[in-house]
Design a protein around this ligand. Structure first.
Ligand code: GLY
Ligand code: MN
Ligand code: MN
Length: 449
């Protein structure tokens, strides 16, 4: 068996054990895991690109399973009821042959036939759990998405298998190809639209392949956290370029952000470029602090302390960094969290969950947007994405508050056209240290120094 097949077999074995244990823990004999079906837009016959139920995608590593169902029964080999209709409008999906030997696969050409087979399987089973889109669940199928079962599976999703990690390395390499092409297109004066095309071309992806819509932001657009447009004309002058763009490999995501300053003259441009370099250093220092047992919330707070220091060093506040932190000033410049779990989903599930039972550790009032509050542990993969933004709405609120007196407003206003900065890497916690999937991919990219 090749190394890749070995790790896939091990991955599927781990999934089987997790499901067996979870079903047993919560007194289910059988689970029906449904991929789901795509839904059309209102009053239309068109639909968005289909994304499979991640509980099934974790087995199949693909979204090409619309209408299929996996039957998981304790002590039995999993059985995939694979939907592949005779269809001359679309290319029907091929059953995942590489999974034969681990899954029993039966191919069906109608969803009704799959439903009848599911009914046969569940008829004589004890307690049944249906895991899938509730609106597609049929009354007789059993309990729909029982939270005890889902909580356990979501909690465990944070611990990546070797195979999942391999997929994420591949996704990182793909994303980095796109990032390198986009960086050079920016240097050549490209518009947001052209940058997006350069990224897609170099990363060999269509928009539908992406894990999330790329954020391709020039100038002040970089201050819109999830900026969603691709302007056709390049702005003049060009100050900054923030690109948050990802890739997927067998449904596993990379989520990568880089920020570049332009070579325009001027004090504000110099300050911005120095801030980009400082953010890159701080980001790497934060990564170097990561170790099992550390609370992600503490690391997030560490970032705010560092940001206070950066604002002070750049001459954007009159007080020192610690005073800025205490006064809440850093939160106006950085309203999102330091990172989130990453995997089958860009914002992977279970980030606030601290045990298999579903107990949550909610972020404190001051950091409501923080998506990860778990303790750091081996086998987790998450992002580290500090940022610094000049967001008019938040700056107005800061100016109107008592803390606003500490801000050097002319200098801050001069940076509003630059939007902001974010540097985002994906890191895997390994038994022997931290693997930075993103920086490794940049270092290994063809032509890298
Ligand atoms: N690309 C979305 C995020 O960084 O969370
Ligand atoms: Mn992210
Ligand atoms: Mn991102």
């Amino acid at each position: 068996m090749s190394k890749q097949n070995e790790s896939l077999a091990e991955h599927l074995g781990i999934l089987k054990d997790r499901w067996d244990q979870a079903l047993c823990n919560h007194d289910y004999q059988l689970a029906v895991v449904a991929a789901g079906v795509s839904r059309t837009y209102l009053f239309d016959d068109q639909s968005p690109v289909f994304r499979a139920n991640p509980h099934l995608a974790q087995w199949l590593g693909s979204d090409a399973c619309e209408g299929s169902t996996l039957i998981l029964e304790t002590g039995r080999e999993p059985r995939l009821l694979f939907y592949s209709p005779a269809d001359y409008w679309h290319q029907p999906p091929d059953p995942p042959e590489e999974l034969l030997g681990v899954l029993n696969i039966d191919v069906f050409d109608s969803i009704d036939a799959i439903q009848r087979e599911v009914n046969v399987c569940t008829q004589h089973a004890g307690q049944v759990a249906y895991v899938g889109d509730p609106s597609s669940a049929q009354g007789s199928l059993g309990e729909v998405n029982p939270s005890a079962l889902i909580n356990e599976l979501h909690y465990l999703r944070a611990y990546k298998t070797e195979y999942e990690l391999q997929c994420m390395r591949q996704a990182s390499a793909r994303a980095v190809s796109g990032h390198l092409a986009a960086a050079s297109a920016f240097a050549g004066g490209a518009s947001e639209f052209e940058l997006q095309l350069a990224y897609l071309d170099a990363s060999r992806q269509t928009e539908a392949d992406l894990p999330y819509p790329n954020i391709i932001a020039l100038n002040q657009h970089a201050g819109i956290l999830h900026y969603q447009h691709y302007e056709r004309a390049a702005p003049n002058p060009r100050h900054s370029f923030l690109i948050d763009a990802g890739a997927r490999h067998r449904n596993y995501a990379a989520d990568v952000t880089r920020t570049y300053g332009s070579d325009q003259a001027g004090a504000a441009q110099q300050t911005f470029n120095a801030l980009v370099a400082a953010m890159d250093r701080q980001q790497q220092e934060l990564v170097s602090k990561i170790r099992p047992g550390l609370s992600f919330l503490d690391l997030h707070e560490d970032m705010h302390h560092r940001l206070g220091g950066m604002l002070n060093a750049a001459g954007l506040i009159q007080c020192d960094g610690e005073q800025a932190f205490d006064a809440g000033i850093t939160r106006a410049f950085l309203p999102h969290g330091l990172g989130h779990l990453l995997g089958l989903q860009t914002h992977d599930v279970g980030g606030h969950q601290i045990d298999t039972e579903g107990t949550t550790s909610e972020p404190p009032e001051s950091y409501q947007a923080l998506r990860l509050t778990r303790e750091i542990e081996v086998d987790q993969v998450f992002t580290i994405e500090p940022g610094l933004y000049f967001i008019p709405q938040l700056l107005e609120e800061l100016r109107a508050s008592e803390a606003g007196q500490h801000v050097c407003w002319p200098e801050v206003e001069a940076l509003q056209d630059f939007g902001g900065i974010r540097i985002e890497d994906n890191v895997a916690i390994r038994p022997d240290g931290v693997e930075n999937l993103t920086r490794d991919a940049f270092a290994q990219a063809p032509g890298a120094a």
